[in-house]
Write a protein that binds this ligand. Structure first.
Ligand SMILES: [Zn+2]
Length: 347
């Protein structure tokens, strides 16, 4: 089967590779339609590794996928042929303690698509356990279905933030994850959400979302802006989505007493922490590593129109252009938000 294979750092080929074709009793076979390019895919392409995960053998990229069910195993009772679906790209052992406790995203043995050595979904067909495959409603496109994966990350952060109606949020970083986190926070009850970035082109996306308030860090002082707008109180919910060490400083200058701080962007380096302010303000901290149980609520919010991710899909490539798509993604253009690859040209 032809798939997009990362041979090693900076070497990609659209080529034949042996992938599973047998549908097990609990599996479904999916004809892939659309796959989004994630920051992690680009990182593996550019650097050949992320943290402890090294690309030591050729690996198919892609984990943000949607498609159509074309075969089901004998134990699958919910899905049927022809269903339009998106795929939660992690296979978890039902015997793991993390799974039993409802936090399977912390199972260290989880098989996550396009995390070495597990192949991803940039291929015409994939096999996957049916319980991690979710139907999408007719009013959602396959492109939106492929956005459920990044949205699930924002939903996980917002769930951990325990938002109360009317609260004010602040998101650091206006990339795809910052945007979906801001939108999830609005859907979760925030009255408005500031979103801050050093690149003004990225903040242009806020034109589509009136309750996402852009703050251009190259021109504006964030804490002055936030404190002016909130009568010196600060924001109730803080989401770090930039991965920049500098962004953490805003926690101490922008958070209200009792604020919840959710760290979503990942840091390669240790980050200094102002414990005195953390103590004095009673800040509560949470971290996000992928997600668990977020696909169904994410699909419902997309289906109801309470979250609209369509403006974020800024460019779609054909499957044959997959290598080109990754070269483009590696340019990191600030106006590119989500690049997707359309595999199935028939629909
Ligand atoms: Zn992703």
């Amino acid at each position: 089967m032809k798939a997009l294979v990362l041979e090693k750092q900076l070497e990609l080929n659209l080529r034949d590779i042996d992938l599973p074709t047998e549908v097990g009793p609990d599996d479904v076979k999916i004809k892939m339609h659309t796959v989004g390019i994630c920051g992690s895919d680009i990182h593996y392409y550019e650097h050949g590794k992320i943290g402890q995960w090294h690309v030591n053998a050729p690996m198919v990229l892609g984990h943000e996928g949607s498609g159509t069910v074309i075969a089901v195993g004998e134990n699958e009772k919910i899905l049927k042929e022809g269903d339009r679906v998106c795929i939660e790209p992690q296979v978890v052992s039902k015997k793991s303690k993390e799974y039993k406790l409802g936090m399977y995203n912390y199972d260290q043995k989880v098989k996550f698509w396009a995390t070495p050595p597990i192949h991803g979904c940039l291929a015409p067909e994939v096999i996957f356990p049916g319980d991690m495959v979710f139907k999408i409603p007719d009013n959602l496109s396959y492109a939106e279905g492929a956005m459920v994966e990044p949205l699930a990350v924002g939903m996980q952060g917002v769930t951990k933030a325990k938002i109360k109606p009317g609260q004010i949020g602040l998101v650091m970083g206006c990339g795809p994850i910052g945007l979906v986190t801001g939108l999830a926070a609005l859907a979760g009850g925030c009255s408005k959400v500031y979103i801050a970035d050093i690149l003004s082109e990225k903040l242009k996306m806020c034109e589509h979302y009136p309750d996402l308030i852009p703050v251009d860090l190259s021109k504006e002082n964030l804490s002055e802006r936030v404190m002016d707008d909130t009568n010196g109180w600060g924001v109730d919910r803080f989401f770090e989505c930039s991965g920049a060490v500098k962004a953490y400083e805003a926690i101490f200058s922008c958070c209200s007493p009792g604020a919840h701080v959710v760290l979503i962007g990942n840091n390669a380096e240790p980050v200094p922490m102002n414990w005195a302010i953390l103590f004095a303000k009673g800040l509560e901290y949470q971290t996000v590593h992928r997600y668990s149980h977020q696909y169904e609520p994410s699909i419902r919010l997309l289906g109801s129109g309470k979250i609209d991710v369509k403006p974020m899909i800024t460019h779609t490539f054909k499957f044959e252009e997959s290598v080109l798509a990754f070269e483009r993604a590696a340019e990191h253009r600030p106006t590119d938000v989500k690049l997707q690859i359309k595999i199935d040209e028939e629909k």
